[in-house]
Design a protein around this ligand. Sequence first.
Ligand code: XIL
Length: 425
Amino acid sequence: MQPGRLGWKKNGVCVLLAGILVLGAAGCGEKNGDETKITPSVQPEITEPAPQPTEPAEPTRAAAAEPTEPVKEVRTNFYVSTLDEEIPSLSEAWKDYFSVGIALTANDLRNELKEELILQQFNSMTCGNEMKADALLDRNCPVLSFKSCDGMLQFCMEHGIKMRGHTLVWHSQVPEWFFMEGYSNQKDAVFVSREVMLERMENYIRQVMEYVNTTYPGVVYAWDVVNEAIAPGDGDPDGMRVEDSLWYQVIGADFVDKAFEYARKYADPEQKLFYNDFNTYEPAKRLAIVKLANRIKEQGNIDGIGMQSHIGMSYPSLDDFETALCKFSETGLEVHITELDINLDSNTEEDLMKEGKRYKRLFFLLKNLMDNNKANVTNVTLWGLTDDGSWLNKDGKRYPLLFNQLLETKPAFWGALLDDGIPLY
Ligand code: XIL
């Protein structure tokens, strides 16, 4: 391929012209959108008139290689203020592959600037906390309160965004009193029987689904029915989480089957039912999830597997990620990447670029696997909008997402778009 020549730079984009690579001192490597001044090259003064050719000269090689049209644009500025400039839309870019989602908190929607960015970028939403049992249950059980998530559901309905319902049955963020006789929150409280707990589970799933589906019809397209039920090493023969799961302890290992049975019973027919978990690429966990998913699939009650994908800068390897994605897809179920973030703990330009490359490699992998019918990914959701709002950011030093706290794009954003400016390696 003919090397390109850097022609001009507009809004941090270098326009590559066919020709020879000439990198002037102005360069194109600056960050933060500085306009690069291109100084016209100084022409030698012509003192004598050039001899006129008698016949039209044959175009020389050099002349033939002169640039005529811009052929390719390569971005060099990855920190674009989304308040000042238009940027490409992720959901638009990936529309032939999967929907692109965002996990939000109710607070994110109180900020008009964020709201605008969300509407431009995403076509799927997940409530970060607002639809979990501890947000919906109050001790006047069995009456549920949906104040926490009403605004987000309303926003989705108004703007035609689809929601992943997250999450119905999870060992975490569910009050202990929900499992106790008389909903007691006392120290000496005792667990209800399996039968009572199954009734409570069914009632809970029914009420959540009925409320959401009647008040906001058509908004929720997928439910995380059960979250994080697998934890190999806890002593269960099928790798179920035992120690910290009251669902397991009160109902038994089949609480997952029951949850999916109830969910199918009350879900709208077009809603997809998902099993969702983290570290799904760990071999023992992967195998246990496939086994579980196949069992529930035989019962006709599951449509997809959610790979949370809270990943690090080097762990897991993308080979392991690929293996899990392919194995899950081989079950015939859909796969959602439900909670993607990369736990980067540095914000040097070099590390942010490395993060951008990792995002690019991941999206590149998804695309390749889908192009080759090896994966059936129907949604990719980022677990948060801006770094400062990430759940990982307890120490204020995490940079896991696509936008920074100034609502600027990061290299990660361009990586997720497979932008040419981000190298794959
Ligand atoms: C997280 C939220 O983002 C935090 O705000 C909260 O404190 C803890 O839970 N797996 C899940 C998500 O399924 O619901 C979790 O969300 C992150 C891990």
